[in-house]
Design a protein around this ligand. Structure first.
Ligand code: FAD
Length: 265
C-alpha cells in the first residue's frame, strides 16, 4: 500500500484539512452511491448544503463553492437531480470560477494508524461539532433559510444526513435512536452543543475496545483532564462533568479561531 507520512498535530486544535477532506469525501464519494436525489433524499441534501454554506467557517474558495452549490440547488425547479450534475458542478463549473475543493484526502487530527481507521467518520463528527458551535456563536447566520430561530437546525440536519447517506447504516440506526430519545428536549443552541457532546461520549463508551477503535487513539470520555481540567469534578468520590465548563471548552475548541490551516493545501 501507499505509505502515508505521519503528520505531527496538536490534540488541542481542529484542522481545516480534516474538515475539507471530509467535505470532499462526502460530496465526491459518499453521495456518488446515490445515482439520483429525489424526495426526502433531495430535501436532506439541500438542508445539509444550506447549513454548511451558512455556518462552515472555512476558506473563502470553499465557502463560495458551497454557496454556489446552494444557489443552484434552490433555483432548480427539479424534483429529481442526477448525482452527476452535482459532481459536474463541484468539479468543473466551479473550478472555472476559481472555486475549489481539494480532491486530496489529507487527514491530520483524524489520521489513523492504518488507512481503515479514523478518517472520514472522525471528520464528520468534527464538522458537526464545529457547526453546532457556529450556530451558537452566530445566531443570525441562518436568517432567511427556514432554519432561523431553530435551535435544532444543525442536529436535525445531521440526523437526516447520517440516516440517509452515511455509509455506516448501523451508525445511522444508533444515532436515530438517540435522537428520538431526547432531541425534542433541546430548547437552545447551547443545549444543542452539549447534546452532541454527550451523545458522542455515549458512542465512545459503546465503542471502547471494539474493532473500530484505533489502538493509537483509544476511545475516551472527552475532553480528557489534560485538555480541560476544569471540566472534571468529583462529588462524593464519583466523577462528574462540570457542564458549564464543558460548554465553554467546546465553544473554544470548535470555534473558528481554533481551526488550524496547517497541512491544508
Ligand atoms: P471520533 O469518535 O470519530 O472523534 C473524532 C474527534 O472528536 C476525537 O479525536 C476528539 O478530538 C473529538 N471528540 C471525541 N469525543 C468527543 C465528544 N464527546 N464531543 C466532542 N468532541 C469529541 N462506529 C461504530 O462502529 N458504531 C457506531 O454505531 C457508530 N456510530 C457513529 C455515529 C455517527 C454520527 C458518526 C459520525 C460516527 C459513528 N461511528 C460509529 C464511527 C465512530 O464514532 C468514530 O467516528 C470512528 O470509530 C473513528 O473514531 P476516532 O477515534 O477517530 O474518534
Amino acid at each position: 500500500g501507499t505509505q502515508v507520512e505521519w503528520k505531527v498535530f496538536e490534540k488541542s486544535k481542529v484542522y481545516m484539512a480534516d474538515l475539507e477532506s471530509g467535505l470532499h469525501y462526502l460530496l465526491r464519494v459518499e453521495l456518488a452511491t446515490h445515482k439520483t436525489l429525489e424526495g426526502e433524499e433531495l430535501k436532506t441534501f439541500k438542508d445539509f448544503v444550506t447549513v454548511v454554506a451558512k455556518l462552515f467557517p472555512g476558506r473563502q474558495s470553499v465557502v463560495k463553492l458551497l454557496e454556489t452549490l446552494l444557489e443552484w440547488l434552490v433555483s432548480l425547479p427539479l424534483e429529481k437531480i442526477p448525482y452527476d450534475a452535482i459532481l459536474d458542478l463541484v468539479n468543473n463549473k466551479m473550478r472555472i470560477s476559481g472555486l475549489y475543493l481539494s480532491e486530496q484526502v489529507q487527514w491530520v487530527g483524524c489520521q489513523g494508524s492504518s488507512v481503515a481507521l479514523r478518517g472520514y467518520p472522525c471528520s464528520l463528527w468534527t464538522l458537526f461539532h464545529v457547526l453546532t458551535v457556529q450556530a451558537a456563536n452566530r445566531p443570525d447566520a441562518l436568517a432567511n433559510t427556514g432554519f432561523e430561530d431553530d435551535p435544532l437546525a444543525v442536529l436535525q440536519t445531521m440526523r437526516h444526513y447520517i440516516g440517509t447517506f452515511f455509509g455506516c447504516q448501523e451508525c445511522g440506526k444508533h444515532f436515530e435512536e438517540m435522537a428520538q430519545e431526547s432531541l425534542n428536549q433541546i430548547k437552545t443552541v447551547d443545549e444543542a452543543v452539549l447534546w452532541l457532546w454527550r451523545k458522542h461520549n455515549q458512542v465512545n463508551a459503546r465503542l471502547a475496545g471494539s474493532m473500530s477503535e484505533d489502538p493509537m487513539f483509544p476511545k475516551t470520555q472527552w475532553p480528557t483532564p489534560d485538555l480541560c481540567p476544569t471540566c472534571h469534578e468529583e462529588q462524593e468520590g464519583l466523577h462528574v462533568w462540570n457542564e458549564q465548563m464543558v460548554l465553554a471548552f467546546l465553544k473554544q475548541h470548535y470555534s473558528a479561531s481554533n481551526i488550524s490551516p496547517k497541512y491544508s493545501s
